[in-house]
Design a protein around this ligand. Sequence first.
Ligand code: ARG
Length: 461
Amino acid sequence: MALWSGRFEEGVSEFTQEYGASLPVDKAMYKQDIAGSKAHATMLAAQGVISSADAQAICAGLDDIERTIDAGEFVFDINDEDIHMAIEKVLTENIGEAGARLHTGRSRNDQVATDSRLFAKHLCDGLLDDLNDLRAVLLKLAEDNFDVILPGYTHLQHAQPVLFSHHMLAYFWMFTRDFARVANARAAADVLPLGSAALAGTTYPLNRQMVADALGFAEISKNSLDAVSDRDFLLDLDYACAVAMMHLSRLCEEVVLWSTSEFGFITLSDAFSTGSSIMPQKKNPDFAELTRGKTGRVVGDLVALLVTMKSLPLAYNKDLQEDKEGAIDAAKTLHDALTCVSGMLATMRVNPDAMLEQARKGYLAATDVADYLAKKGLPFRRAHEVVGHLVHTCEQRGCQLDDLSLDDFKAECDLFEADITRQLDLPSIVAARTVPGGTGHEAVRVQLQQAKDALQRDSRG
Ligand code: ARG
């Protein structure tokens, strides 16, 4: 019979017992559950609610249980609905009456909210480190390949040449904002619910601040109903994970494209590629694809919890038990994906020649040729049209803009001088984008320093 069985004549059926149990999921939080119980018992003794001897027996008993679980020797029994009951039951079996005093002034409702917040903070800490590892890899790629030029795209059509560094740093800043989102989720979780009891608080003279200090919470919750029934801190975590996965998915989409023979911009290491069971020549970017694919799961985790929460009346409802699985899945999936993508990028080969070859195609100088005319006084719209005609001529002749003669240029507009050829050189086109945030070499040097400073600022000792 369950720990709450006093008012019941019969136990639940085997099926409903299993259906209602969260143990398979929340046993992952055993360390947080034990830390919370030790802090609660120690505080109860300090407040004279239980004896010091009982508190000591409880803490020693909980340490024993933690060791047993660490060693994989704890027998998890599905008849214990959740990790809270599993640990309390075994504690009471092991140490007797003192164990039965642990739940004084506490409910599983504030207990599970406390465990979940501690666990969310722990998950965030791991993700912050993972994000910084990826940011460091992107930064290194940007530094090591500083002069490499590739076509920048819009609509996946060649648009303007950009530095490979600039392209890598674009992702660096996305993951910098993901770092801030995960840090926000961590801060949202950093509030102690314990002391709220089932929903209304308790009559015992609890010292909630003492528990918050022992567990490392930044503050204590201000409203017991809110504390036991909201899970917005998990939504924050789910959202941060979903956005980071979306960013990884975009990056992986480029890895997939760039590793095709059509692009050939990068070559993945064998460690991050797979073969085909039928086609002996194949080298597939499976892990980039898988990461792109797993993004759907994590978005699903966020949506699932939002929908679970949306109609719940105050305060605790059993629906809330559905909160943990998705958040744990989202964080684990993001952790694995970040680990994978960091390794994949750190070991891939960058092929500057293939990038440059493509950058030479597709009239990437066109905007600069138009700017050349506009800077000589021709209205930009008119200049745009002139260059449009020149591109049309190239299309018909099957050549590039830099294959045209000065006469060809002058035939379209007499503002063209011999110096136009300088506007067609890829490194000059790139370098001319000196505006802060642009792809010009000087601007990217500044950006590299800004990225280093940001990573340094976010470094976690
Ligand atoms: N297993 C439950 C959960 O995860 C713990 C809280 C149960 N509280 C209750 N009143 N049934 O939400």
